[in-house]
Design a protein around this ligand. Structure first.
Ligand code: BGC
Ligand code: ZN
Length: 367
C-alpha cells in the first residue's frame, strides 16, 4: 500500500513510499484493530520533520511514514476487542508507552524517558497511508455525526490537555473561578483553545500578529471571543484593558511572547505553554519584575505536550458541545483538503505556502 514518507535527517525528502499491508496479528492478545485511513491532517511538526529538524525513523527502516492527526474507519477487530466494531469511526492517539512510571499508568504523554515513541513523528510510522493496525487501547471512537470534523480531534487534544491540566493545578486554590482568559496566537491550536475556553464559559481575548480582516479573527469572534492584533495594540496594553488574565494559553510559536504573557497574568493565575519552538531565540527580560510578580501573586507557569487517551475522550465530548453551541464552526477550520496520497507534493506545498490555510489535510479515502 501507498504511504507518504520522509528520510529523517535529509531535508525535503518527502515522497511516496510502499508499505506492506498491516495485519491484526501484529498486536498480541487479540487486541488489534485494523483501520482504513480516511483523512490525515498535517501541521508544523510535519513541516519540521520534512525540513530534517525533527523526527526519527523506526529501527531498521530508513524512512518514516508521516501523519499523526488521523481519522479512519474500523475494518476489522481482534477477538478480544469488544469496545469497537467494524464501521466505527476512530482516531488513534500518537504517543506509545515507554518505560517510566507515567507510561505504566497509561499517561505516556507525561513520560520521563528521554526517548519517546510517537506515531508519524518519532521512531514509529504514522498514519499517512491506507491502513494501520493498533492496539484498541490506543484507538478512540468518534460518533458518526462528528465524522466530517473528526480529523481535528488530535490537534484538539493538545488544547484539552493544556486546559485540563491548568484546572487540575488550580485545585491548589480551594476556590478558583476564572473569568478572563487570553490566548496567544491564532493558528489551529489557538483557535481551538479559544473555542474550548469559550465552552468553559470564560471571557476570551485572543492576541496575535495579523490584523483584521482575517478569517481566523472572524472565527475567533464567532465564538464570542475577542481578537486583538499586535499591529494595533501591545499585549501589555491589551492586558491592562482586558485582563489581567486568570488563564493564558500560549500557542503563538513565538517564544518571546511567553515573557509578555507572564506579565499579563492575574494573581493566582496560570500560564500554559504549548508552543514547540525548535530555534534558539534569545531575549532580554525584566527578571526581577517577572520573578517578583510571580512570587507575590502566587502564579504558575506550566508546559504541556502531546495528550493521552483521556484527552481524546474529552476532545470528543467538546466537539459535540461545539457542534451544539457553534454549529458548523469546526468545519470552517478545514480550509485546505488535498485528495489522495499520490498528491503528497501538493499536500506539502499547501502546508508550507498556502495563503489563509488553517488546516491542510489529505483525503486518503472518502468518509
Ligand atoms: C503533536 C504532538 C506531539 C508533539 C511533539 C505535535 O505536533 O501534535 O502529539 O507530541 O508534536 O512531538
Ligand atoms: Zn501535531
Amino acid at each position: 500500500m501507498k504511504a507518504i514518507a520522509v528520510i529523517p535527517g535529509k531535508p525535503n525528502s518527502v515522497h511516496l513510499a510502499e508499505l506492506p499491508q498491516p495485519s491484526l496479528n501484529e498486536v498480541p492478545d487479540g487486541r488489534g484493530v485494523l483501520v482504513r485511513v480516511l483523512r490525515v491532517g498535517v501541521d508544523g511538526t510535519d513541516r519540521e520533520i520534512n525540513a530534517a529538524e525533527y523526527g526519527a525513523a523506526p529501527q531498521r527502516c530508513e524512512f518514516l511514514v508521516l501523519g499523526h492527526e488521523s481519522f479512519g474507519r474500523v475494518e476489522e477487530v481482534g477477538t478480544n476487542v469488544r469496545e469497537l466494531k467494524r464501521g466505527d469511526y476512530v482516531v488513534a492517539t500518537v504517543r506509545r508507552p515507554g518505560t517510566s512510571i507515567y507510561d505504566a499508568i497509561g499517561t505516556p504523554d507525561m513520560t520521563t524517558d528521554d526517548t519517546y515513541f510517537e506515531r508519524g513523528i518519532n521512531l514509529l510510522h504514522g498514519y499517512l497511508t491506507e491502513y494501520y493496525v493498533d492496539d484498541a487501547d490506543h484507538v478512540v471512537q468518534v460518533p458518526q455525526r462528528l465524522a466530517p470534523v473528526g480529523v481535528l480531534l488530535e490537534p484538539l487534544t493538545v488544547v484539552e490537555k493544556g486546559i485540563a491540566q491548568a484546572y487540575e493545578i488550580q485545585r491548589r486554590m480551594r476556590v478558583w473561578r476564572p473569568k478572563r482568559a487570553a490566548v496567544m496566537g491564532a493558528g489551529t491550536i489557538s483557535l481551538l483553545a479559544a473555542l474550548v475556553l469559550r465552552l468553559r464559559g470564560l471571557q476570551v481575548t485572543t492576541f496575535a500578529r495579523t490584523s483584521k480582516p482575517y478569517l481566523n479573527a472572524e472565527l475567533i469572534e464567532e465564538t464570542g471571543a475577542q481578537y486583538l492584533s499586535s499591529q494595533q495594540i501591545s499585549f501589555e496594553r491589551a492586558a491592562a484593558e482586558h485582563g489581567p488574565f486568570d488563564l493564558i494559553f500560549e500557542a503563538s510559536g513565538y517564544s518571546p511572547l511567553v515573557f509578555e504573557a507572564m506579565q499579563g497574568l492575574a494573581k493566582n493565575g496560570v500560564l500554559v505553554l504549548a508552543s514547540v519552538t525548535g530555534g534558539n531565540k534569545t531575549v532580554e527580560v525584566q527578571a526581577d519584575r517577572l520573578n517578583l510578580d510571580f512570587v507575590l501573586g502566587n502564579k504558575v507557569m506550566v508546559g504541556t505536550v502531546n495528550a493521552g487517551r483521556e484527552y481524546f475522550e474529552m476532545g470528543v465530548r467538546d466537539m459535540s458541545h461545539a457542534e451544539a453551541s457553534y454549529p458548523g464552526w469546526l468545519a470552517k477550520l478545514l480550509t485546505h483538503p488535498v485528495k489522495g496520497l499520490e498528491s503528497w507534493a501538493e499536500l506539502f506545498t499547501k502546508l508550507t505556502s498556502a495563503q489563509g490555510a488553517i488546516k491542510v489535510f489529505c483525503e486518503v479515502a472518502s468518509l
